[in-house]
Design a protein around this ligand. Structure first.
Ligand code: SAM
Length: 232
């Protein structure tokens, strides 16, 4: 399957695995872009609320219709209703509508952030929202030598501000667990390369943070985002 599908599947699998431990009911999809991960996540019967956040208004205007139920959804309806909100704003801002989020998902988001946003994002997630689970995926720069058309020191996408090696991503993650000791993290790869390239790792990399301590409610929630679409 294409790399993006492998990413969605990997994140979905982690959520399913952790579901029984954390009773995940509310998911925030930061950098939801074309709302493609939502199509996967709505199969998870136990989810009661999905919040998609992106900073790109045109993309949200074009794609937010994807959250409206399809005929098929009425034929096989869910056990519990699913509330969906698509919000416009920066993932680095603490918005009150993300309160009580159990799982934050940021699939190929961080490499699109400018340094100040990248700096602020962890506080929003681990300091304010404090979800049970936070999952990030990002390209693995070690793997780039396998792309023949990619020139040295160039990125896979023109909007990428950086691409991290496995070491850099793991350093970032471990540093966050030092800053936010209530969390622990583990890493993995997504999308294997051809036989013989195992030492380069996978196409993407994933970090899964899990909260191991009771959260201290934050007072830093504000209203930053505007609503693009709401479906109950
Ligand atoms: N998560 C999507 C998926 O897997 O289908 C793809 C994400 S796309 C590669 C990166 C997205 O991040 C873009 O839609 C971009 O608009 C969004 N983005 C960039 N900076 C952002 C920010 N500060 N807050 C929220 N979204 C942001």
């Amino acid at each position: 399957p294409p790399a993006y599908n492998q990413r969605y599947q990997a994140v979905y699998n982690v959520l399913v695995q952790l579901q029984s431990i954390y009773d995940i009911k509310k998911i925030a999809d930061l950098g939801c872009s074309e709302i493609a991960f939502f199509i996967q996540i709505k199969r998870l019967e136990t989810i009661e609320e999905y919040i998609g956040v992106d900073i790109d208004e045109d993309t949200l205007d074009r794609c937010s219709c994807r959250v409206t139920p399809l005929n098929y959804d009425y034929l096989s309806s869910r056990c519990a209703p699913l509330t969906v909100r698509i919000l416009l704003g920066s993932a680095s801002k603490p918005d009150v509508r993300l309160k009580n989020t159990n799982a934050v998902v940021a699939i190929e988001l961080i490499e699109h952030l400018y340094p100040p946003e990248l700096e602020d994002l962890p506080y929003n997630i681990f300091g304010v929202i404090q979800p049970d689970v936070a999952i990030f995926t990002t390209p693995n720069a070690d793997f780039n030598v396998l792309f023949p058309s990619l020139l040295p020191n160039k990125f896979r996408h023109h909007d990428h501000k950086f691409e991290w090696s496995r070491q850099e991503f793991e350093d970032w993650g471990h540093n966050l667990t030092l800053r936010y000791p209530g969390y622990e993290v583990w890493f993995n790869g997504i999308g294997k390369g051809p036989v013989g390239t195992e030492d380069l790792g996978c196409c993407s990399q994933i970090a899964v943070f899990i909260r191991k301590e009771v959260k201290a409610e934050s007072n830093d929630f504000n209203i930053y985002y505007s609503i693009v679409r709401e479906v109950e």
